[in-house]
Design a protein around this ligand. Structure first.
Ligand code: MD6
Ligand code: FE
Length: 215
């Protein structure tokens, strides 16, 4: 039971998290079925795996990618690579519905002509979390990041440009999209441990898609 139970969403709301960071609530909901089907197709070729950080920790979030390059982490560092180290093959191509929704959401938040070539797909099972971090492995920080949440709700932590800045918390639910750029592009952020639950389409998990223009 939480504060949000019983509130019926009528109109999608657009909330500014900070200058440059916008939550488009429910933006991806009309595309939920094709988005989830596309995730299944990608995962059949490039399964979710738990990456290891350069410090040697196994991440609790499982990851895969689609697009011309994918984000990976191993003992040597973080990078984008055209080849999935698991299969030795290129990552599955970015589905048209992915590219379309990313461009539309970015435009709605004020970033025209967003054409990402990478989509990182994160899978959270109950208890999985993402520690506070910056997304800084891309070359052009003028390009935003678009993030789509599907499945179980999570608490998103959003801080400032220094790791020690205080963080605000936002609940991200199925279909929410966060667009993140401009002065917020290098803000620290993370995800609190996922509470258990059952989502009608995705069961006991949260899937997050983040779209990036990496080069
Ligand atoms: C997540 N998202 O929501 C993790 N990064 O599961 C991110 O790390 C993220 O949502 C940059 C911009 C938006 C994000
Ligand atoms: Fe991030």
């Amino acid at each position: 039971m939480d504060l949000f139970d019983g509130i019926v969403e009528s109109e999608p709301r657009n909330i500014q998290l900070a200058p440059g960071a916008m939550l488009l609530s429910g933006f991806a909901r009309p595309f939920e079925v094709p988005l989830i089907e596309a995730v299944h197709t990608i995962v059949a070729r490039a399964p979710f795996r738990h990456l290891v950080t350069p410090g040697g920790h196994r991440m609790s979030v499982a990851m895969t990618n689609s697009g011309a390059v994918g984000w990976i982490s191993d003992r040597t560092g973080y990078r984008y690579d055209a080849i999935d180290p698991h299969s030795g093959q290129p990552w599955p191509p970015m589905p048209a519905v992915f590219a379309e929704i990313a461009a539309q959401a970015a435009a709605k938040a004020g970033f025209a002509d967003f054409h990402p070539e990478a989509c990182l797909i994160n899978r959270y099972e109950p208890g999985a979390k993402l520690s506070l971090h910056q997304d800084k492995d891309e070359l052009d920080f003028r390009q935003p990041i678009v993030s789509v949440s599907l499945g179980l709700p999570a608490t998103f932590l959003f801080g400032g440009l220094n790791r020690t800045d205080r963080t605000a918390r936002y609940r991200l639910t199925h279909g929410d999209v966060v667009v993140w750029g401009g002065p917020a592009r290098l803000a620290y952020h993370g995800v609190m441990p996922l509470p258990d639950g059952e989502h009608p389409l995705l069961g006991r998990q949260r899937i997050n898609l983040t779209f990036r223009k990496t080069r």
